[in-house]
Write a protein that binds this ligand. Sequence first.
Ligand code: SF4
Ligand code: SF4
Length: 154
Amino acid sequence: MIDKGAFKLDFSKVDKLTKEVCIACGAKCCNNIAIEIEAPSNAEYREYIRWYLAHKNVSVFIEDGSWYIEFHTQCKELLPDKTCGIYENRPKMCKDYGYDDDGDINCFISKFPFNYEHEFHSLEEFDEYIAEQNRKRFKKYKKRKPRKKKTTEK
Ligand code: SF4
Ligand code: SF4
């Protein structure tokens, strides 16, 4: 879980990523790996997500309609002062991260306070979400007007 109290900077006013900003953020992007996954649109994909969530330090979240698995694991190159130990040689992924194609900040802090559409930290949370979705679908289905039976004129 993210400790929102740890942030001492008003990220809504940040317009450039500096070393100070990244340190204040706690190097969030160096503390996890998030990979897009299939939405649980069928039983097979749902079971994958249940399996992911059965593991320690793994969560699943939905952002802009896409599903992601997140491994909460710190990069081995992150130094205690929250700077990168291999800055000049860091992976391209790290070099590219932070801004979108228009040059706007597009990292975790632009999403502060990190209100994902949904975030699951356990298999039970996910099961409850699926049960709720099924309840909603069933309610919607029940509201539908019954179709008239076709009659064949003789
Ligand atoms: S999430 Fe953004 S502000 Fe935080 S360390 Fe990464 S690039 Fe810097
Ligand atoms: S290589 Fe450096 S910038 Fe990339 S995740 Fe690790 S500590 Fe962060």
